[in-house]
Each structure stands twice: as C-alpha cells, then as structure tokens.
Design a protein around this ligand. Structure first.
Ligand code: NAD
Length: 381
C-alpha cells in the first residue's frame, strides 16, 4: 500500500478478540478501507495473543474508552458476544464514535429499539454487519429474482454440522438467533417484499450437541401475500448446504435457484445470470460502513433497518414457544417499545423512547445519513 492509501484507511478499534474478532483483524490488516489501531477484550491476554499472532501493531486493553484515546481510533467494530453488543455500542457512541456491530445486533427487538434511540441521542452511525448480504452470487440471484415478476414463494434450506463450543452451544435457540438471522436478513435483501407474520416450530434432534433447539421450520407471510418457507438445522451430519443456505424462488414468470455458493440458475427464457465482482462477506460490510461515513449516505443496514430482521427471529421463537401460533411482526415490534422503556436505565434514552408515538414511528425517524458527510476523508472529523 502506498503512503497515500495508508493515510486513507479509517483507524478503528476492534472490540472482541475471539474467533470472529481474529477474522476481522486479519481482514483489516489487508483492507484498503480501514486499519485496526486498537484491540479491546475483557480477556486482555487473549487480545494480546491474537494481535501478536497476526503481527499487528495495535494498542491493546480492556477499556474501550482508554484504547480509543491511546490509539486515536475514529470508529469501532464490535465483535463481542451478542449479550455484550448493546453495552459496547453505547460506550462507543457516547464516546463520539460510529459503530459497525456484528450480528445479531441484540437478543431482543426491545434491546434493538433502545439502540435506535441511542443512535438518535448521540447522532452516531450504528450499522449492523449482516455480512451475508455481500456475496457476488447473491447479488446475481437478486437480479434474476427481480426479472421474474411477482414472487409466489421463496424457499431456503440450511443443513449443517456445526461444532463451535462457546456461547452458541449454550443458547436456547442457536439456529434461529445465531444463524437464521443471516438467512432471514438475506430474504429481505432479495426482495422489497417485507415479512409481516410467522409460524414456526423449533426442536433439538436427539443426538444434538447443542443445549438449545438446533433445528426449526418457519413459514413467513410477506406483505404481498407470498410465503417464505425456511427449514434448517445445525446438527445435521450429512448432505451439508452452503453457510448461505440453498435457495429457490418461484415467481409469476419463472423460477430460479442459488446453491448458496457459485451456482445461480434459471430456466426462464430471456433471463441471464450475470455475476459482477465486489467485496464479499465482512469485507463488503466494512467497505459500505466506511463509504457511508465518508459520503454521509445511509448504509443498507443502519440500525433502524435491522429491527425487522430481528423481529423475524424473535417472532419465530415466540411462535415456536406458543405451539406454532401465528405471530404478527408489527405487534411484536410495538409490544417491544414498552419493554424497551421499562428496561432502559438512562434518562435521555428513556425520554426519547417515550417521545415516540409508536415503535413504527421511532424506526421511521430520519436515519443517520440524512445529514451531509460526517467524515470528509481519511476518517478525520
Ligand atoms: N458474520 C458472520 O458470519 C459471523 C461468524 C461468526 C461469528 N459472528 C458474530 O461475531 C460475534 C463474536 O463471535 P465469536 O465467535 O468471535 O465469539 P467468541 O466467544 O469467540 O469471542 C467473543 C469475544 O468477546 C469478548 N467479550 C465479551 N464481552 C465483552 C465486552 N463487554 N467487552 C470486550 N470484550 C468482550 C470475549 O472475551 C471473547 O473474547 C457474535 O456476535 C457472532 O454472532 C459472525
């Protein structure tokens, strides 16, 4: 990298130096968009080990505010466990820094609403890294879907054998909360047809090494009346699908299939599959985050936009807990506002939440990015 391109790389602190934190740090070490100048973890020895393993020159510590001060960072990438996301995002945004936060943003919609208010109160960008939106073949698949007319049904299947000891194997819903959140969000990327309700059944196969439900089926009704039919399991030793799931879309003018990797196909005459090359996965997410900070443009996963993805997850869990009862996502989002207000400990955030006439009102307040560019260049404010 030249000296000029080096100075254009946004200096960031990565919080969370576990398995995925290591992936982020390795990606950042070769990114033209940003560089890690600090690493924070409750386990400082782990953070030091991770930094040394990658050969990084970065400030390491347990306190986010201290590491930001010592490193001169201009933004935070939050790669902690999901339960810590809100607290870390709050520390960063109150310290005046924008945040790119790993999925899932929060364990509940109520916690997500508190973070929408936090973004409003601090004026900072909070973007969720739904990194599975950024795949060249997914973009090509979306183009094909767009050429097929009104959608009748979308089917996605995810079957995996995941052995990842740690928080996932202890969760009540390791499939829905940790993995399906990607696939549910991809559905929303594929089409502007938003999910409105869900019926779900989740369970744990008898041989599963997960404590919670590793398998589920869910049917979402979309605003147009189309259906999204999803099935998945993380404890399936055999016939593995891609991490991205295996997708089929049936529409008025034909159908299309994506295997989740490099195969997009359609037998509809006149519709071509065109794959363009761009940054994929977390690299794509980082590129959009930095571009948004520089241009002042709202990124596709600004916190408000992510609330309905989380409502899909929580709605599916609620439906399963209630024996497959239909859960209306707008109702769930509205009920979450009262829970958010009750749980909020900071007066400024509670007052903001109380000022919303409804949750729908709160998440349609102008998103970050309606204002002119916040960072002109090189991350300098
Ligand atoms: N996008 C993807 O494809 C993808 C893949 C894997 C993981 N993830 C996400 O990345 C996040 C981290 O997952 P992981 O597998 O690296 O978990 P992990 O348990 O391996 O690492 C998490 C790290 O966060 C640290 N931590 C926890 N609370 C903290 C706090 N308050 N302050 C500072 N550090 C704290 C822990 O000490 C740990 O080192 C999760 O949200 C997960 O869902 C995303």
């Amino acid at each position: 990298m030249t000296e000029m391109s080096e100075s254009m790389r946004l200096p960031v602190v990565v919080v969370g130096a576990g398995a995925m934190g290591g992936e982020w740090l390795r990606m950042l070490s070769r990114s033209p968009h940003a560089r890690a100048v600090g690493v924070v973890d409750l386990d400082v020895d782990l953070a030091r080990e991770t930094v040394a393993g990658i050969g990084l020159d970065a400030v390491v510590g347990a306190s986010l505010v201290d590491v930001v001060e010592r490193s001169g960072a201009r933004a935070v990438v939050n790669v902690t466990v999901p339960q810590a996301h809100r607290v870390v995002n709050e520390q960063a945004m109150r310290a005046g820094l924008p945040v790119l936060c790993e999925k899932p943003l929060a364990p509940t919609v109520a916690e997500a609403l508190r973070q929408v208010a936090l973004a409003d109160a601090t004026g900072q960008l909070l973007m969720v890294s739904q990194s599975r939106r950024y795949f060249d073949h997914l973009a090509a698949f979306r183009d094909v879907v767009g050429a097929l007319g009104p959608i009748g049904a979308v089917h996605a299947q995810f079957f995996h054998e995941d052995h990842e000891p740690g928080f996932r194997e202890q969760m009540a819903h390791p499939l829905l909360v940790d993995m399906s959140v990607h696939h549910f969000d991809m559905l929303r990327y594929l089409s502007a047809d938003e999910p409105v309700s869900v019926r779900c059944d989740s369970w744990n196969p008898s041989w599963s090494w997960f404590a919670g439900d590793a398998a589920a089926t869910a049917t979402f009704e979309l605003a147009s009346g189309a259906r999204f039919v999803y099935s998945g399991s993380r404890a399936t030793p055999g016939l593995q699908t891609s991490w991205n799931a295996d997708w089929r879309v049936y529409a008025e003018h034909g159908a299309t299939h994506w295997d989740g990797d490099a195969l997009v196909e359609t037998d509809t005459v006149g519709v071509e599959v065109e794959v363009r090359s761009d940054s994929e996965g977390i690299e794509g997410s980082l590129k959009e985050f930095v571009a948004s900070l520089r241009s002042g443009r709202t990124p596709q996963n600004e916190v408000r936009a992510n609330v309905r993805t989380l409502a899909m997850v929580e709605g599916a869990i609620r439906s399963s807990d209630r024996g497959g009862e239909k859960v209306v996502l707008d109702d769930l989002i509205e009920e979450s506002l009262a829970l958010a207000i009750a749980a909020e400990e900071h007066d400024d955030i509670r007052d903001l939440l109380r000022s919303w006439t409804s949750a729908a009102d709160g998440i349609t307040t102008p998103a970050w990015g309606s204002a002119p560019a916040m960072i002109a260049s090189g991350g300098a404010r």
